[in-house]
Design a protein around this ligand. Structure first.
Ligand code: IMP
Length: 368
């Protein structure tokens, strides 16, 4: 194709979650009986939910509470290596009350499982975390980057750790990642760029790959490689409703990473503040001025040495214990899965029909 004069001839349409709708499917079982569990790097998750490694979201308290109810926490990295190691160890020290025996995600020693965010340019930190954390999550705004690959390869070579890579946003990017790193080293792929609730990357740069597009692109790549059932796609950024997770599953993802929704948990590490007469939590992007003040996760954003903020600060309502949030999301996912007739998350990909709304649903005047 000519590089000049044709880029706008057949532009690819991008979609946001709010534009999507499932057509109903034939339900063979009740929502109660659908299976929402999913595997991640050898661990069996009863709830397909992962917490974002952000310094207003995941510390040991949230990571432990989430692992107890079947999800997976990822300790943030806007701290020193020692602090990160300590947070992982603290998560592992948490007791497992009997009532969580059926749901808790455990390591081979029966302790809670937990992941750690790693910087691809900090081999020392990764080496220190390798002995304590169960899985690594590369934590970079764009994995489409030569230096990031060099760093990731070094980390995998030195630690031999199964790693969730990302963030990625295109089919070509995913094909390249699997070829370069080898499928056996990849525990999952975080997809979505510029779509986080606190993200200003797209506003500033014009670059992005919102959830629906990023998931479909990654699914196309893994399908081509015959790895769609082997490497889970994790939708990351912009999840506001349970249905957004359901749409992602319909497009090929099998797990969701949540920042904003988990920042609302009592256990998140965001600071509690009284705002508008209500207790709220501060939530900010890892590329925001607030996070960058700590200057420890600066390498997440390429522009960070030039002081361009790629994230903002906001306040979110406290919605209860993380367990209650997980229960609500899982219950709502079950409703969708019931309506579309999917018995499990894999079936969401195979049986669902997704259509694109051309208009908003009509609004009726409501009184009372
Ligand atoms: P949320 O669930 O919509 O709030 O999105 C959370 C996700 O946004 C995280 O998991 C990261 O992938 C991404 N993210 C975190 N901090 C920033 C930032 O400062 N700018 C852009 N994206 C960010």
């Amino acid at each position: 194709m000519e590089t000049i004069g044709h880029k706008l001839d057949h532009p690819q349409r991008i979609y946001y979650f709010d534009e999507l709708l499932f057509l109903p499917g034939f339900a063979k079982r009740s929502p109660r009986d659908v299976d929402v569990s999913m595997k991640l790097g050898g661990f069996s998750l009863k709830a397909p939910l992962i917490s974002s490694p952000m310094d207003t979201v995941t510390g040991p308290e949230l990571a432990a509470a989430l692992a107890l109810c079947g999800g997976f926490g990822v300790i943030h990295r806007n701290c020193t290596t020692e602090e990160a190691v300590k947070m992982v160890e603290e998560t592992k020290k948490a007791k497992i009350p009997e009532k969580y025996n059926a749901t808790a995600v455990k390591d081979s020693k029966g302790r809670l499982a937990v992941g750690a965010a790693v910087s691809t340019s900090d081999l020392e930190r990764a080496t220190a975390l390798a002995d304590v954390a169960d899985l690594f999550f590369t934590d970079v705004a764009s994995f489409h980057n030569l230096k990031v690959y060099e760093g990731t390869k070094q980390i995998i070579k030195k630690t031999g750790k199964k790693t969730v890579i990302g963030n990625l946003g295109t089919k070509a990017g995913v094909l390249y990642a699997v070829k370069e790193l080898g499928k056996e080293n990849i525990a999952g792929i975080r997809v979505g760029m510029g779509s986080g609730s606190i993200c200003t990357t797209t506003d500033i740069s014009g670059v992005g790959s919102p959830g629906p597009v990023a998931v479909e692109q990654a699914a196309l790549a893994l399908n081509e490689l015959g790895l769609l059932d082997e490497i889970p796609i994790i939708v990351d950024g912009g999840i506001r409703h349970s249905r957004d997770i359901a749409f992602s599953f319909g497009l090929g993802a099998s797990l969701a990473m949540l920042g904003n929704l988990f920042a609302r948990a009592e256990e998140s590490i965001g600071e509690k503040v009284m705002k508008d007469g209500k207790l709220q939590k501060a939530y900010w992007g890892m590329g925001s001025a607030e996070a960058r003040k700590k200057r420890l996760a600066l390498d997440r954003y390429q522009s960070s040495n030039k002081s361009v903020d790629e994230g903002i600060k906001m306040y979110v309502p406290i919605e209860g214990k993380v367990e209650e949030i997980v229960e609500r999301i899982v219950a709502e996912l079950r409703v969708t899965m019931g309506y579309v007739g999917a018995a499990n998350i894999r079936e969401m990909r195979d049986v669902t029909e997704i259509v694109v709304r051309t208009a908003k649903p009509p609004e009726f005047e409501r009184t009372g």
